[in-house]
Design a protein around this ligand. Sequence first.
Ligand SMILES: Nc1ncnc2c1ncn2[C@@H]1O[C@H](COP(=O)(O)OP(=O)(O)OP(=O)(O)O)[C@@H](O)[C@H]1O
Ligand SMILES: [Mg+2]
Length: 408
Amino acid sequence: MRIILYTGKGGVGKTSISAATGLELGRRGYRTLVMSVDPAHSLSDAFDLSQDLMDRTTGRPLKVAKNVWIQEVDVLEEIGRHWDSVYAYVSALLNVSGLEQTLAEELAVFPGMEEVSSLLYVNQYVREKSFDVMLIDCAPTGESLRFVSIPTTLEWYMSKIFKLERRVARMVRPMVEKFANFPLPQEEYFANLEDLHRKLCGIDKVLADPEITTVRLVTNPEKVVLKETQRAFTYFCLYGMTVDAVIINRILPEAIEGGFFTAWKQTQERWIRAVEEFFAPVPVWRVPLFQDEVLGVERLKGLGKELYGSRDPAKRFFDQPPYRFRKVNGNYHLEMRLPFVSAEHVDLYKKLDELVIRVGSYKRHIALPQRVARCEPLSARVRNGELVVVMGRNNAEPKTEVTTSSRS
Ligand SMILES: Nc1ncnc2c1ncn2[C@@H]1O[C@H](COP(=O)(O)OP(=O)(O)OP(=O)(O)O)[C@@H](O)[C@H]1O
Ligand SMILES: [Mg+2]
């Protein structure tokens, strides 16, 4: 079983590349599902399918070629199916805050529900071993980061907050309902969350297991796109996910020379070199700009051929683990690949048996092995794209602050 995420900035070619990869895998005999988790689906457009056909299959897998299925998850339908009590509670809460009912219902689709709805399918197919390979055509970078961060966040919420919240709600409900005019979540709300948690159980491990899941970053040879690709790379590392290839799409072909395109060609050459330097040793693949849009099975197959040649897309092309613990001179070192950030953008602290690392607005809780959990963070540094946190027994006064030195 393999899961491969294709992600990148809006419009770089994620959907076309996912679809082309699906066809190449199908040709090689892998039962493959290409799943779109972007609410603005365009997978069916890439295959040039009619909206009518998609409407009739409503969010279920649809066979598009030998061994190849596509699925566009219908978020609203999934919310109705999986989130009824949570949704009812949140919209009731928004409603008493003075919002008109229909607007409250709109807003009650809070961030994360869409991603969880898609993850439920991924986990179901993993459990049922429905496919050999699942390709995830992600939403533009920001949202796809939420997709991968939700399982760890949910796990953390369920283990640390959920039970307490449920107990508090049970205790104070009679009193609050008498005196306050806002609703407290009912038992069904908690039961709904518990049910979702049970259905998602294990997905965090599946996503973080490089034997199963890898990420492929799609980019274009342009400065602004590349900046976002670097940020995405950092955050996927933070979530313990392995990026096993970077794909540069829309490269002007050799045949195009001079005239209007002179500056474009120079700019592209410059950023292609930069991509290869930035992401080494992760493999970088190139795809030319085609003469026209890449629509329909035949053109997608052409894209697949250009991209993979004789390579098997299901392989793992890079498998360095994103982080590891090592014992060095009696201390423990947590070493985490965290390229493109400097120390001042990293914040970390230890809380019970977890190390919490924050980069920008993204936070990761790393469960510490038992022996390491007894240590405190003594120092941290970012060097050559790697964060090293030294953990040890602190014999002096307990030290809460961690010093980080600048990247060299
Ligand atoms: N190498 C290429 N040559 C020519 N056209 C391309 C190439 N790659 C993608 N396209 C075209 O560019 C358009 C956008 O591609 P695509 O939908 O795959 O991007 P995306 O990253 O999925 O976009 P979004 O962020 O909106 O989901 C499509 O019309 C597609 O056919
Ligand atoms: Mg797309």
